[in-house]
Design a protein. Structure first.
Length: 502
């Protein structure tokens, strides 16, 4: 087994070339060529019919909504929309393909020659890379195989396999880049940034839920290495990478592996590979077929697709604001940095933050609660942050209670806890839990006197000029009031009590 080369050493000796093939399952109600539903998680083999099972005599009919969606995707990716194209049969045998061929597009894709600009952070500031897109084409998804027994969940070593055809025939879009060069050490990061931006565009278009964990978005990552000035090397294709983090890790792993092969005098083999989440490495799959191996020919049961220029222009008018433009606009309006904006995106809270701000919450408060406390709670519960029962009105009211001095930030977290537990509105939670800030001077002075009596040595230190020792008394008062005192006010009353002025 070849020993991988450390990434920095690999990049010092080789230039990487990457290419990305991203599959997006469209969110249509029915499949690509039949009326079967596309609900995720249904009982196996309950969403099937003669068409998607490939039974003799069944005839497909193209899903108009799917064609509309792919044209909108192509337009959002700056592609040319062709005036005429057709489907083809891609012939190969695999148990999850009931027809023994996949209806796809070969030499006549519907969208061609696009691009997507992605921005990555570098030590020298943000850097923009243009990823050119060769084609966006439509096809049908395959079924799903589950390999039972064995330790890896893959076919090798399994005792038997189960097949579910519910997914077979779901509309699938494949977005294929041209080779991406000149990324150097940033190749893994550029790959991740591209798939991230692509996911955000699909979500903005409303054409897919792009849930990588459910297979709605899957990425095949191609990697090759070559010495500067020499022809490109042989590429490998890491299949079905299903998280953004794994896209970056898979590209990095392949660069390290291929460098090890080449530096040991070996030859990189053109093949598909599998990425292992647990180890962060790739292992061989099968030798990579060439186009002629699939024996493509035009699909005889489907008519060509010829979108009119008028229809394409109508669809162009439906495109939403590009995610990158929206982020730039919001960052400027909210007065936040690119780093802060990326933190909101990573937490998946950009939309709800924008909604809270529109509801009257300050940008700072909306970011603080959604990206902080509420994200923490969502992670603990294993749900999306948007699934939490807190409303924008709840956040606005809690901020009003903080501004009025009724509660502080620490108590606000308990208010959120009560609201999320279904204990009522923020005001009702404050009342039922007794969370109001203790602001009565008499009560606070009594708590201060009690703390001073318990720590006379600290009192002497403060009187002797060590004002920083006041923190111990303030802490004791905060504890005795269950955090419901204003710490700044306690400190001021304490120093006044001891006759200390600052």
């Amino acid at each position: 087994m070849t020993t991988p080369v450390p990434f920095d050493d690999a990049i010092a000796q080789f230039d990487p070339v990457i290419g990305l093939e991203v599959h997006v399952e469209l969110g249509t109600r029915t499949k690509m060529f039949c009326g079967c539903p596309t609900d995720f998680g249904a009982e196996p083999n309950t969403q099937v019919c003669p068409v998607c099972l490939g039974l003799p005599g069944s005839l497909p009919v193209a899903n108009a909504k799917a064609i509309e969606s792919i044209i909108r995707i192509g337009l959002a990716l700056n592609c040319d929309i062709v005036e005429w194209c057709r489907m083809a049969r891609k012939n190969y045998f695999y148990p999850d393909m009931p027809k023994d061929y996949q209806v796809s597009q070969y030499d006549e894709p519907i969208c061609i020659n696009g691009y997507l600009d992605v921005t990555v952070a570098t030590d020298d500031g943000p850097q923009v890379f243009r990823v050119e897109i060769e084609r966006v084409h439509m096809e049908e998804d395959t079924g799903k195989l589950t390999h039972a027994g064995g330790a890896t969940g893959r076919i090798h070593g399994a005792d038997y396999s189960l097949v579910d055809y519910n997914r077979a025939g779901i509309p699938l879009v494949e977005i294929v880049t041209k080779p991406v060069v000149g990324t150097g050490a940033l190749a893994p990061i550029v790959a991740r940034a591209y798939v991230t931006e692509l996911r955000d565009i699909m979500r903005a278009l409303g054409v897919s839920d792009v849930k990588m964990e459910e297979g709605s978005l899957r990425c095949d990552a191609n990697v090759s290495l070559h010495h500067a000035g020499e022809p490109w090397g042989t590429r490998s294709e890491t299949k079905n990478v299903n998280s953004l983090r794994s896209v970056e890790r898979a590209v990095r792993s392949e660069i390290e592996r291929q460098a090890g092969v080449l530096l040991s005098g070996g030859r990189v083999v053109q093949e598909t590979r599998h990425f292992h989440e647990d180890t962060g490495v790739t292992t061989p799959g099968r030798s990579k077929e060439h186009a002629e191996d699939y024996r493509y020919f035009p699909e005889p049961d489907l008519v060509p697709i010829a979108p009119s220029r008028e229809w394409v222009d109508e669809l162009r008018a439906t495109l939403p604001e590009q995610p990158s433009a929206r982020r730039a606009r919001l960052a400027q309006a909210w007065g936040i940095s690119d780093f802060d904006m990326q933190a909101l995106i990573n937490a998946g809270v950009l939309d709800v933050v924008e909604e809270s701000i529109a509801a009257g919450v300050s940008p700072e408060a909306a970011r603080k609660w959604w990206a902080g406390e509420l994200t923490r709670v969502a992670n603990e519960q294993g749900v999306e942050v948007t699934a939490l029962s807190v409303t924008h009105a709840d956040i606005l009211r809690i901020e009003e209670l903080i501004a009025s001095g009724s509660i502080n930030d620490k108590l606000a977290r308990q208010v959120f806890e009560g609201v999320l537990a279904g204990e009522g509105t923020p005001d009702e939670v404050v009342a039922s839990r007794g969370l109001a800030v203790v602001s009565d001077d008499g009560a606070l002075l009594a708590a201060i006197d009690e703390a001073l009596a318990a720590q006379p040595d600290v009192a002497e230190k403060i009187r002797g000029g060590k004002v920083q020792a006041a923190g111990a008394i303030v802490g004791a008062v905060m504890k005795s009031t269950r955090g419901q005192a204003d710490a700044a006010k306690v400190r001021a009353l304490l120093l006044e009590r001891l006759g200390i002025s600052e």
